[in-house]
Ligand binder design. Structure first.
Ligand SMILES: [Zn+2]
Length: 306
């Protein structure tokens, strides 16, 4: 089946968001040359794709590990469950920040990955991003390795909730808070808005059991659920190569898949602005714009023979 970005009504024929909010910068000669090598290397192989925060920067979500990002110290799981003041602060900032992710649109990089899947060129997609933009762009076989911003879970009874439902509870408990803090400047990829006035924020208890609620993503100091990791390894095992896009591979949760593919003798192509922790294991490194590079690849990778 030929690539048909128009199959997804969010995007025009070029793969640009139809509202024109995103445009692609030209690739330089070196990047094009490397991408042509990638096309040669990856032709005829089904790919597993691993993506990170560098893919969503073109959707207006800053990469807190990017070269120009302010230093941040994300809260650990232990801090969240062990310290009520920190938990209050976390929920207040998340209450403002999650809306930012909700209103973000996928960019041409997300669209390119969705087209690769529609053409049967990938075994699946593992993303470290919690923004769900791959799913919004039309990707189907997606593993949200670190969870998603739009779910909340009770740590006591494990009941899952939609973030929107908890938002209603929080608004009732904190009338006027959003209006006061709505213009918070920076919002990190984990929905952490830059809000300081958090001391009086009232946290919502679990509507079912009164237990402690937590946004359903993986914190620092917390492990990715085992079945999710197994499923991701399976995607890599089924693939002939691994394509990494927009991840510096700083955390082991992503790097292990690069090690796994490398150990199995499969080509690893990394597209990222700046160095990554997986550079030594890569067959080919492409230090260029992620959306631009994925669009370039999606346009040139040939159909599989069978
Ligand atoms: Zn509960």
């Amino acid at each position: 089946m030929p690539a048909d970005p128009a199959a997804n009504p969010r995007f025009g024929l070029t793969g640009f968001a139809t509202d024109g909010s995103t445009s692609l910068a030209p690739l330089d000669a070196d990047a094009r040359c490397r991408l042509d090598s990638a096309v040669e290397l990856l032709s005829g192989l089904r790919l597993a794709v691993l993506t990170g925060a560098g893919l969503s920067t073109d959707s207006g979500i800053p990469d807190y590990r990017g070269p120009s990002s302010p230093p941040r110290n994300p809260m650990t799981y232990q801090q969240f469950v062990g310290d009520e003041a920190l938990r209050r602060r976390y929920w207040a900032r998340n209450h403002v920040g999650w809306r930012h992710l909700r209103h973000a649109d996928p960019n041409p990089g997300h669209a390119a990955v969705a087209r690769l899947e529609q053409r049967g060129l990938i075994t699946g997609l593992i993303t470290q991003n919690v923004d769900r933009l791959h799913s919004t762009a039309g990707s189907v076989n997606v593993i949200d390795l670190h969870g998603t911003y739009d779910r909340v879970v009770c740590l006591n009874c494990r009941t899952p909730f939609r973030r929107a439902e908890i938002a209603e509870l929080l608004e009732k408990l904190n009338p006027g808070y959003l209006e006061r803090e709505a213009d918070a400047g920076d919002v990190a990829p984990d929905a952490d808005a830059d809000v300081d006035d958090t001391a009086d924020f009232v946290i919502a208890p679990c509507p079912v059991c009164g237990g402690m609620l937590k946004p359903d993503f993986v914190y620092f100091g917390e492990n990715v659920p085992k079945d999710r990791v197994t499923e991701a390894y399976r995607m890599v095992d089924e693939a002939g190569a691994l394509l990494v896009a927009g991840s510096s591979l700083t955390v082991m949760s992503g790097l292990r898949f690069v090690r796994h593919a490398h150990k199995a003798g499969k080509p690893v192509v990394i597209i990222n602005r700046g160095a990554t922790r997986g550079d030594d294991l890569a067959t080919l490194l492409i230090d260029a714009g992620v959306s631009e590079s994925l669009t370039y690849l999606a346009e040139r990778l040939p159909a599989l023979e069978n």
